[in-house]
Design a protein around this ligand. Sequence first.
Ligand SMILES: NC(=O)c1ccc[n+]([C@@H]2O[C@H](COP(=O)([O-])OP(=O)(O)OC[C@H]3O[C@@H](n4cnc5c(N)ncnc54)[C@H](O)[C@@H]3O)[C@@H](O)[C@H]2O)c1
Ligand SMILES: [Zn+2]
Length: 356
Amino acid sequence: MFPLLSKESNVFIAEDLTKDIEHFINNFPHDKVFLLSDETAFEMCYPKIKDVVGLSPERTVIIPSGDNNKGIETLAKVWHLLSHGGADRKSLLITLGGGMPCDLGGFAASTFKRGIQFINIPTTLLAQVDASIGGKTGINFEGFKNEVGVFNQATAVLIETSFLDTLDQENIISGFAEMIKHAFIYSNERWEQLKAFDIINPDYAELKDLVADSIRIKDYFVQNDPLENHIRKALNFGHTFGHAFESLAMHENRPMLHGYAVAFGMICELYLSHIRLGFPMPLVMEIANQLEAVFGHFDFTKEHFDELYQLMTHDKKNESNQINFTLLEEIGKIQINCQASKEEVFDALHFYCNIK
Ligand SMILES: NC(=O)c1ccc[n+]([C@@H]2O[C@H](COP(=O)([O-])OP(=O)(O)OC[C@H]3O[C@@H](n4cnc5c(N)ncnc54)[C@H](O)[C@@H]3O)[C@@H](O)[C@H]2O)c1
Ligand SMILES: [Zn+2]
C-alpha cells in the first residue's frame, strides 16, 4: 500500500488488500471494528476481504442496496446495531461499497456518540473517484438528495480497483461522468485523454491509472478548500442541473444513476457557460454529442421546465436565494458563484431538449 496523494491526504492505493486493511485496523487506536456494507456490495466484495483478521460477523451491518435506502430509517438501523453491538467512542467503522454506504456510513460514524473513526473502502467507480473522498457525508431526506449531513474526513480511504471487475456497465459509465467532470475543471489535456478512452469496453489496467489521476484532481480541490467556501465549488460543475434531473427522475419513478444526471447536467451547464462566459459554442456541440453517445439522452419537455427550475432553487449550493452555478470560460478555466436568470436556465434546458 502506498499513499496516493499529498502528505495531508489519507487516500491509499491497495497493494495487498487483506494486509492493507489489517494495517489500518492495527494502526488506528480502536477497540471494536464494525463493517458496514449494502447487500449487493457485500455479496460481490466481501469475499475479497473475508480473511481480514479483526472483522467478525457479529459486527457486520448489512443494509439494503440502492440510493432510495440512503435515508433516516436505514441510518437509525445502523445506529441501533452499533449501539446494541457495543460500539463506543473508540470503535472503528469500515464502509465497504459504493457512494451510498460511504455517505450513510460516514454520517452514522460522524454522529454516533458524537463521532467515531471510519475508513472507506469504495467498490464502485463513482465512489473511488468521488464519493469516498473529501469528507462529505449524509443522507437523503423528504425527497431531497443529501439534504442532511456533515463534513467529516474519513480516517483513511483505501482504493482497490479490482472491485470494479464485478460492477455492471451502467455503474462504470456513471462513475466515468465524475471523471469527465474532473477533466473539464482541470485541463484540456486531461479531457483529451478521457475522450480517447473507451469506457464501453474498458481496458481495466488503463482505467486504474485514470482512477488515480482523477482522485488527485478531486483531492487538489478538497485540500485547498475542505469546507467548500470557494475553489471546491468547482467540483459542483454539472451538478445544479444534474441534481434537478436526478430529483425529477426520482419523483417520476424513473430513477437514474447519479453520474448520468451529472453528464446531462454538464451539457446544460456548458451551454450556460457559453451564454454567460463565452465558452466556445462549437466545443459545446462537440462535447454534447460525445456525452450523448456514452450516456444517452434524458427525455423531458417544456412542461418540466418550471419544476426543474424549482428544484434548482432548492439546491444546497445556493446563497441569498440565488441559484449558484460553477461555469467554465474554457476547459480548465473555472468561474465559481455564477448566476443566471430564469430565462437563461430555460434556454439551457431548451438547448438540451433539442440536441437529440
Ligand atoms: N460524498 C460525496 O462527495 C459524494 C459524491 C458523489 C456521489 N455521492 C453519493 O454517492 C451515491 C452514488 O454512489 P454509487 O453510484 O457508488 O451508488 P451505490 O453505492 O448505490 O452503488 C451502486 C450499486 O452498485 C452495487 N455495487 C457496489 N459495489 C459493487 C461491485 N464492486 N460490484 C457489483 N456491484 C456493486 C451497489 O450494491 C449498488 O447496487 C449517491 O448517494 C450520491 O449522492 C457522494
Ligand atoms: Zn457527483
